[in-house]
Design a binder for this molecule. Sequence first.
Ligand SMILES: *Cc1c(COP(=O)(O)O)cnc(C)c1O
Length: 229
Amino acid sequence: MTGVGGRIDEVRAQIAAVCADEGRDPGGVRLLAVTKTRPAQTVREAYATGCRWFGENRLQELRDKAAELSDLSDLSWSVIGHVQRNKAGTVVDLASELQSLDSLDLAADLDRRLEVADRTLDVLVQVNTSGETTKSGLAPDGVEAFTLGLRHHSRLVPKGLMTIALPSADDREVAACFDELVAVRDRLRDRDGSGWDDLSMGMSGDFRLAIAHGSTCVRIGSALFGPRD
Ligand SMILES: *Cc1c(COP(=O)(O)O)cnc(C)c1O
């Protein structure tokens, strides 16, 4: 198979191979197909191969694409980019999950709208493990306090943590970011007893390393759909 279908099969095979090496169940690693900048037709092609989770980082683009794809009822959208407070309504209308939560003001807005819509939203807290000032996300040592603040917002269901690793050719530097996320998760588990299971880490260039370090969700765009413009 060529095109999108062939690349998806290839990435799935790579995920399975790393899991086999690590003694992990491949069912424990979710493939989130990142379709930002791609047309709705690309989502359809990925859907046809069995993909059900799609990641978008712009809310207007998500709204347009979701409207074009409203016939695909069992597809789930995950928001992976920064959300401005005035776009909270789009998240509540369309998303199954928000992976980039890093603001309690946004959390409060979402919670209020979710209450009105009578639904819940799965959330992952974004952590800045690379130390790059251009990256969103909370500093690792701020996550514990932040998650206490989330307890006031019962419509937000805490699922885990998300990070973007340092873009580095040195695997040790990249792995240090993944290990940092695991360490934050372990501290939350020690405090709360359970939960915080999801670790969304790994993109096209580093997903194998991320799985070896415990990722439960890889967010993959260009390896599936080719380079973005
Ligand atoms: C764009 C994006 C990805 C996918 O990046 P690729 O390198 O194309 O796989 C993953 N995560 C986030 C948060 C993104 O914005």
